[in-house]
Design a protein around this ligand. Structure first.
Ligand code: HMG
Ligand code: MG
Length: 305
């Protein structure tokens, strides 16, 4: 019997159009990205991370962020946060009509420098500037902390550092923090070590988890976080994803794999599994490559029987 203390409902944050497409060799035409997002919107997610207003040279795959954002159907009740690294990114996002943003920093300096050419302190200063404008514009904001469970350059990361950066982001006014296992190194033991101090200080409704599945532990980590009472999880359709500045980082936890597990445990998500498969199928064809999601592969293999 299902543990009665597990959350009854989970909010799945679909990040495929951003985390997924930022890491693809092949840049998709704008119309394909828009259709992908529209398919995901129709699946019932409360939040679809749409794109990134980072430097187009850093992530050429998302250089058409403004056009993508302008053209997607904004389904009432759905949030479409975009990544914003600094004041310049926010300026571009606001001009495109964005109403929800995600700022991002890390728990390890070396990764942060590779990713955004700034130390953690410098990036928090940039975020402070962004948050000042965000408050004035009444934007909804979330704050990512990358490398919470390990850094591709520094190795182990101290959970105390994760807590410190999370609290700094909360102090700067983000609505929720999102703890990233950027390179997918965590195990359920790591989830305990990182979440115990964070959950002692930050309410669960303001803590999201963002697991990459590099070592196949993302679902196990999710289950452990659920047992600790967390209910906000990022995932990407088909298991797309990765960060070009994190060597060895593979895709995000696949949305299908997450939904399959949650729905099998009678945990509600409000997301239509079949529609997600449709979106994954569409993007697989456009990218011209198979997807890594186990559940997607299984569904594909049994579809014609
Ligand atoms: P920089 O070169 O240090 O920027 O890059 P700068 O502030 O020195 O400015 C240099 C020039 O870039 C200036 O132009 C700026 O205006 C321009 P100039 O005066 O020389 O003509 N510029 C911009 N142009 C467009 N949009 C902007 C922007 N900012 C400055 N936003 C920067 C710093 C942060 C911009 C760059 O390093 C960057 O864009 N990095 C993004 C890398 C990235 O997107 N990584 C992936 C996302 S993070 C991730 O995937 C992890 C996550 O999924 C969680 C997890 O898994 O843990 C979120
Ligand atoms: Mg990520």
């Amino acid at each position: 019997m299902l543990d009665a203390s597990l959350p009854r409902r989970v909010r799945v944050v679909e990040v495929g159009p951003r985390d997924g497409l930022q890491n693809e060799q092949r840049s998709l035409p704008t119309a394909g990205k828009v259709h992908f997002i529209d398919l995901l919107s129709s699946a019932g997610f409360e939040m679809v991370e749409a794109t990134s207003f980072v430097h187009p040279k850093a992530i050429p795959q998302l250089a058409d962020a403004a056009e993508v954002y302008a053209r997607i159907y904004k389904r009432p009740g759905v949030r479409y946060p975009v990544l914003v690294p600094n004041a310049r990114g926010l300026e571009r996002a606001l001009r495109a009509g964005v109403r929800e943003i995600a700022v991002f920093t890390a728990a390890s300096d070396t990764f942060n420098r590779h990713n955004i050419n700034a130390s953690i302190e410098e990036s928090l200063e940039n975020i402070a500037q962004v948050m000042q404008v965000a408050r004035r514009e009444a934007l909804w904001t979330r704050g990512y902390v990358s490398t919470c469970f390990g850094c591709p350059y520094e190795g182990e990361v101290s959970p105390t550092k994760v807590l410190e950066i999370s609290l700094r982001l909360m102090d700067l006014g983000v609505e929720e923090v999102c703890l990233g296992d950027t390179i997918g190194v965590s195990t359920p033991g790591g989830v305990d070590r990182v979440l115990d101090p964070v959950l002692a200080r930050v309410p669960r409704e303001r803590v999201g988890l963002h697991f990459h599945d590099t070592r196949g532990t993302a679902l196990a980590n999710t289950l452990r976080a659920l047992q600790l009472g967390c209910f906000i999880f990022g995932a990407s359709a088909g298991g797309l994803g990765g960060c070009p500045y994190a060597p060895g980082a593979a895709g995000n936890l696949a949305t299908e794999d997450l939904l399959y597990m949650l729905h099998g445990m009678d945990i509600e998500t409000g997301v239509d599994f079949g529609r997600v498969l449709e979106a994954s199928h569409f993007i697989a064809e456009r990218l011209g490559r198979p997807l890594t999601s186990k559940v997607y592969q299984a569904e594909l293999a049994t579809a014609d029987r």
